[in-house]
Design a protein around this ligand. Structure first.
Ligand code: EPZ
Length: 422
C-alpha cells in the first residue's frame, strides 16, 4: 500500500491549478444516462472515484472515453445503448456516490436495481430521502437482498417534495429524475452546494427546464427527452479550501488558479478572521499567511453556504498551531473526528466532547507515522505533516487518491518536501 512521506517546516510558495470538482463530476457523469445523445464533460479530474464511476457506467452499457485538451481532461459519455439497470454491490461498496445512477436509471429506463451503499467511516450515510423522493415521484421502491429495486414503468410524475434534512446527493438524484417526469416538480429545502448549480446548468444545456438554481427551492418542468451537451466541471472548492489552509499553515504564499471566493464564502471569511490574507485575482485566489500569528477561530459545519463539512478536518489541522483555541462542531456527520487521534500523535492538543472538538493551539507539531482513515482526514494529516518538525509518514493514502489529483506534484511545485513511497 502506498505511503506519503513529508519533511515539514517549508513555507509553500508558488501556484497550484485547482482541478474540476470530484463532487460535481460524479453527478454530471451519471446525468449521461438521461439521454441517448453524447454528453461531453470538460475538466474532469483524474481521481480513483472518477474511475469507479466510469467502471459502473460502462457496466450499464455507457460508452465513454477521455482525451486531454487545453481545458483539462475531456470525457465523452454516450448512453444510447443501456444494457443493464443494475449497480452491483462490488462497485457501490467502493464508492457510495454510485447511488447517483438511481434517479437517472428510473427516469430513463423505468427501473433501477442499486445495491444499498452501506455505511462508511464517517457515518451510517442512509439514502432514505433519495427513496422517499423517488416514491413521491411515483416510483415503486422495494428493498431486497441488500438492493434497492425501483420501478416506474409508466414514467415518473412531477410532485412537490420537501427534504426534512438537506441532502446533496439526494437533491441531485431527484433533480435528475424530475427532468423527465411528467409535469412540474418542486424540490423544497434542496441543497445549494455549487456542484448542484453546476449539474442544473448542465441539465438545462441538455434541454431540461430547471429554475431556482442556487436557491433552496428547485422548480423542474418535465420534458419528453434530453439532448447531448458540452459542459465544464466547476472548480473544486474543497481542494481550493484545502490548499488555502496549507499556504496559511506553512507561512507561505500560494496562487490557487481557478479558485473562486464565491465557492468558499464562509471558509474565506473565517480564514480572514484567523489573520490569513486572501486576494481575488483574474484567474484565481492568492492566499498569504498572516503577518502575525494565526488566530484560533470557532467553526460549525453546515450545508452550503455554511462551512463545508469536507473542510472540517483540514481546519482542525490549521487550528492545531494557531494562537489560542478553536471549538469545532461537526453537525453533518456523526463520526467525522477520526483525524483527531492521529493529529494528537503529532502533538496537537485536541479534546472531543460529543460533536464538538476543542483545539488548543500548540507552538509546534512533531512529525510521526500516522494512519489515513477517510478522504478528508487523510489530507488533514498531509497539512499537519507540512508544518510539523521532522518527518511524517502517512499510511493508506488510497483514501487521498479518491479526491485529490496529483497531490504530491502540486505541493512539490510549491516547495514541499513530499514523496510517495510505493
Ligand atoms: C455529499 O455526500 C458529498 N459527496 C460529501 O462529500 C459531503 O460531505 C456531503 O455531501 C455533505 O456536504 C458527494 O457529493 C459525492 P448528504 P451525501 O446526503 O450527499 C443525512 C467527500 O469527502 N442523510 O448531504 O452523501 C446524512 O446522513 C464526501 O467528498 C439522510 O439522513 O451527503 C448526513 O447526516 C464525503 N438521509 C446529512 O443528511 C438521506 O437519504 C447530509 O448528507 C441522505 C442524507
Amino acid at each position: 500500500m502506498d505511503k506519503i512521506m513529508i519533511k515539514g517546516g517549508i513555507p509553500l510558495t508558488g501556484s497550484i491549478k485547482i482541478s474540476g470538482a470530484k463532487n460535481a463530476a460524479l453527478p454530471l457523469m451519471a446525468a449521461c444516462i438521461l439521454t441517448d445523445k453524447t454528453l461531453e464533460l470538460i475538466n474532469i479530474p483524474d481521481l480513483s472515484d472518477i474511475e469507479s464511476m466510469s467502471e459502473l457506467l460502462s457496466q450499464l452499457g455507457v460508452a465513454l472515453g477521455c482525451k486531454e485538451s487545453s481545458q483539462g481532461r475531456v470525457m465523452c459519455l454516450s448512453a444510447n445503448n443501456l444494457s443493464s439497470t443494475t449497480a452491483p454491490y462490488d462497485v457501490v461498496r467502493k464508492m457510495r456516490a454510485s447511488v447517483l445512477v438511481l434517479g437517472p436509471l428510473v427516469a430513463r429506463a423505468g427501473e433501477a436495481h442499486v445495491s444499498l451503499p452501506g455505511g462508511c467511516a464517517i457515518g451510517t450515510r442512509p439514502i432514505d430521502l433519495h427513496l422517499k423522493g423517488l416514491e413521491a415521484l411515483g416510483a415503486e421502491i422495494t428493498l431486497e437482498d441488500g438492493y434497492v429495486h425501483a420501478k416506474a414503468l409508466k414514467g415518473l410524475v412531477g410532485t412537490t417534495f420537501t427534504f426534512p434534512t438537506v441532502s446533496v446527493t439526494g437533491t441531485e438524484n431527484l433533480l435528475m429524475a424530475a427532468t423527465l417526469a411528467e409535469g412540474q416538480t418542486r424540490l423544497v429545502n434542496a441543497a445549494r452546494e455549487p456542484e448542484i448549480g453546476n449539474l442544473a446548468q448542465c441539465l438545462n444545456a441538455m434541454g431540461a427546464k430547471i429554475t431556482g438554481i442556487g436557491t433552496d427551492t428547485l422548480l423542474i418542468e418535465g420534458v419528453e427527452s434530453l439532448n447531448g451537451a458540452s459542459h465544464s466541471v466547476v472548480a473544486d472548492r474543497i481542494e481550493a479550501g484545502t490548499y488555502a489552509m496549507a499556504a496559511a499553515l506553512t507561512g507561505g504564499k500560494v496562487q490557487l488558479k481557478g479558485a473562486r471566493l464565491d465557492l468558499i464564502p464562509t471558509v474565506a471569511s473565517l480564514l480572514q478572521q484567523a489573520g490569513v490574507i486572501l486576494k481575488e485575482e483574474e484567474d484565481g485566489l492568492v492566499v498569504d499567511a498572516p503577518l502575525e500569528h494565526l488566530q484560533g477561530v470557532d467553526v460549525m459545519t453546515e450545508p452550503f453556504p455554511g462551512f463545508a463539512t469536507d473542510l472540517q478536518a483540514q481546519w482542525m489541522a490549521l487550528m492545531s498551531v494557531a494562537n489560542g483555541a478553536s471549538m469545532i462542531t461537526e453537525t453533518i456527520f456523526e463520526n467525522r473526528f477520526m483525524h483527531v487521534p492521529e493529529l494528537c500523535r503529532m502533538g496537537a492538543n485536541i479534546t472531543v466532547h460529543g460533536s464538538s472538538a476543542l483545539v488548543r493551539g500548540v507552538s509546534q507539531l512533531k512529525g510521526a507515522p500516522v494512519m489515513a482513515t477517510d478522504l478528508r482526514a487523510s489530507v488533514s494529516l498531509v497539512l499537519a505533516g507540512l508544518v510539523a518538525d521532522g518527518e511524517t509518514v502517512i499510511n493508506r493514502v488510497y483514501h487521498l487518491d479518491r479526491g485529490y489529483e496529483s497531490v504530491e506534484e502540486k505541493l512539490r511545485a510549491c516547495g514541499a518536501d513530499i514523496q510517495r513511497i510505493r
